[in-house]
Design a protein around this ligand. Structure first.
Ligand SMILES: Cc1cc2nc3c(=O)[nH]c(=O)nc-3n(C[C@H](O)[C@H](O)[C@H](O)COP(=O)(O)OP(=O)(O)OC[C@H]3O[C@@H](n4cnc5c(N)ncnc54)[C@H](O)[C@@H]3O)c2cc1C
Length: 448
């Protein structure tokens, strides 16, 4: 089977790794001449780290990233006024091993995914644009750079918010683009600022009226963010900082990326048309409030990967992911509203942002045959838990297979089936004799 992925952002790369490790012949093209070099989506949520664990890139991501949120030092009119955190770091528990997420610039996350992909012999083809496609019952004829033609079994449009694939299919992308809000962003180094902290500078205590510099891992740069229209050059950022810091002696240098951003909140009406799928920003674009965009694209990719590889349950991709994307958009939008209303809660991050509570319960693939289901039901994320002194459930799940857990009873004689005793029964809230089947993407398929 052959799959073409248009777009090598985090969504396309995650899907490519998942397909490549299943032995699918996958080709990844990106129209960009060079790899994207900015920090952009730098907040990796706990569920994304669990996916990265399964895909074999977690260690590299944690090594490269910042796992504890840096405290934010606030200055008003040049005076230090206090320090706060966006959320209190949580201790790992047996069922939630990575409760705090990780901060890593998007370009570095993509680099790590590309390295993993290269390990399967697949390289992203830069400067290669999908310019046309036509599908029939048996496959998709695609055109690259208006020149090269090839036939594939499936095409995935992971080609971002302006998706050529979505537009070519004529799929409506309903929502809003808010012209009233602008954000100036850049990756820049700063002499005179402690890199162990984030720094907020305002003329008044109003959280909407200030500049924040958040440390980026792996160097001395910060992500500079100002809710203003401004000149995205180094001189422009310096002028803003001088004004908002009340003339503190901070020198910016080494600006490697900058952009002016506006909130674009949209959801595709469909995520599938025959043999063509949409994933990531091509299917849903988010305001960055709450850091959900990249994370939701990663989850799309792992929901689609195992289904595509098996050519099974393909209709359930949209049925499962579209409602999730809609609810995540609701969360990002509500957070953006708090921000524009000047509500300080806009800067707090609770567990609702972690994507651990996403569930496909009640969906087309969830089978729970118990008379009285417990706290954890079919369709929920399969929690981690101890198996023995050396092994945990995520070790058993890691890889492209289904896993059968036989709680307090002998495991069936099949591959990837295990007897599970002890604390995991409490975590799964099951009685001895319960059989749980865990899908390749780490969600519970059935409980009986
Ligand atoms: C300022 C900002 C801050 C953000 N912060 C966060 C955050 O903290 N956390 C978070 O989760 N998300 C965040 N996001 C969102 C995140 O960056 C996006 O959701 C994410 O990049 C989407 O990934 P993607 O792979 O779906 O699409 P993209 O990253 O947009 O990648 C699409 C790729 O497709 C390529 N392409 C387009 N058309 C074609 C074609 N015809 N042929 C071939 N290739 C094509 C493009 O060149 C591009 O490389 C932020 C976004 C912005 C703008």
């Amino acid at each position: 089977m052959r799959v073409l992925i248009a777009g090598a952002g985090p969504t396309g790369l995650t899907l490519a790794v998942d397909l490549a490790r299943r032995g699918v012949d996958v080709r990844v093209v990106d129209k960009a001449a060079e790899f994207f070099a900015g920090s952009r989506g730098d907040g990796l949520q706990p569920r994304t780290l669990e996916v990265f664990d399964d895909l074999g890139v977690l260690e590299a991501v944690l090594d490269a990233g910042i796992t504890m949120p840096p405290p934010i030092r606030a200055h008003v009119a040049g005076e230090f006024v206090g320090e706060h955190v966006m959320f209190e770091p949580q201790e790992p528990t047996p069922d939630v091993p990575y409760p705090n997420g990780c901060m890593l610039g998007q370009s570095r996350t993509e680099e790590i995914l590309r390295e993993r992909l290269a390990g399967f012999g697949v390289r992203v083809e830069l400067g290669t644009e999908l310019t046309g496609f036509r599908q029939d019952d048996d496959g998709v004829d695609v055109v690259l750079d208006d020149a090269e033609r090839m036939r594939v079994d499936y095409l995935v449009g992971a080609d971002g918010g302006r998706s050529f694939v979505r537009k070519s299919l004529g799929i409506p992308f309903e929502g809003t683009t808010d012209e009233s809000i602008r954000m100036l962003l850049g990756d820049v180094a700063a002499d005179g600022l402690d890199h162990d902290f984030a720094h907020w500078f305002g003329l008044t205590p109003d959280p909407r009226d200030g500049i924040v510099l958040t440390p980026l891992s792996g160097g001395e740069q910060f992500q500079f963010a100002a809710p203003l229209v401004g000149d995205p050059s180094l001189a422009g950022l310096q002028a803003l900082l001088d004004r908002f810091s009340g003339g503190m002696d901070i020198r910016l240098h080494d600006l490697s990326w900058s952009t002016v951003w506006r909130p674009n909140t949209r959801l595709a009406e469909r995520f599938r048309d025959g043999r063509v799928f949409l994933a990531g920003d091509a299917a849903h674009t988010h305001p960055p409030t709450g850091g959900q965009g990249l994370n939701t694209g990663v989850q799309d990719a792992v929901n689609l990967g195992w289904k595509l590889a098996a050519e099974q349950h393909l209709d359930t991709y949209e049925a499962e992911r579209l409602p999730v994307a809609a609810s995540v958009l609701g969360l990002s939008t509500a957070t953006l509203k708090k921000y524009t209303d000047g509500n300080p809660e806009a800067f707090r991050r609770g567990t609702e942002f972690h994507q651990l509570g996403i569930s496909y319960a009640g969906g087309p693939l969830a089978r729970d045959s118990r008379a009285e289901p417990g706290r954890v039901v079919a369709g929920d994320r399969a929690p981690d838990g101890p198996v023995d002194e050396k092994t945990r459930l995520f070790d058993l799940f890691r890889g492209p297979h289904w896993t059968t857990l036989a709680f307090g009873c002998p495991a069936p004689g099949e591959e990837h089936a295990h007897r599970i005793d002890g604390l995991a029964l409490e975590i799964y809230d099951v009685t001895p004799g319960t059989i749980v089947r865990v899908r390749p993407d780490g969600y519970i398929g059935s409980i009986s």
